[in-house]
Design a protein around this ligand. Structure first.
Ligand code: FES
Length: 85
């Protein structure tokens, strides 16, 4: 049985990223600094995912951790159960 990450949020977060800059996306869903890692994955078996911005623009990072196009939102948050946490 594979463990699911926690739901870090229910909507994506827009971030103005800078070309060539590195961002660390929270994969465990526990970070208090969504959508980015704050070290809360310690001991969960999850590791943050590196994202290097290919260009300077606004991107929408997934916070629900159910996206299939990590670390960016693919609309999967719309399928979340209403009261799952
Ligand atoms: S916030 Fe996770 S898929 Fe949209």
């Amino acid at each position: 049985m594979s463990e699911q990450p926690a739901i870090g949020g229910r909507t994506p977060l827009p971030v103005e990223v800078t070309a060539g800059e590195e961002y660390w996306w929270c994969a465990c869903g526990r970070s208090k600094n969504q959508p980015f890692c704050d070290g809360s994955h310690e001991g969960t078996g999850f590791e943050p995912m590196q994202f290097v911005a290919p260009e300077s623009k606004r991107v929408f990072f997934c916070t629900c951790k159910r996206t299939k196009t990590m670390p960016l939102c693919d609309g999967s948050h719309k399928e979340l159960p209403a009261s799952d946490s």
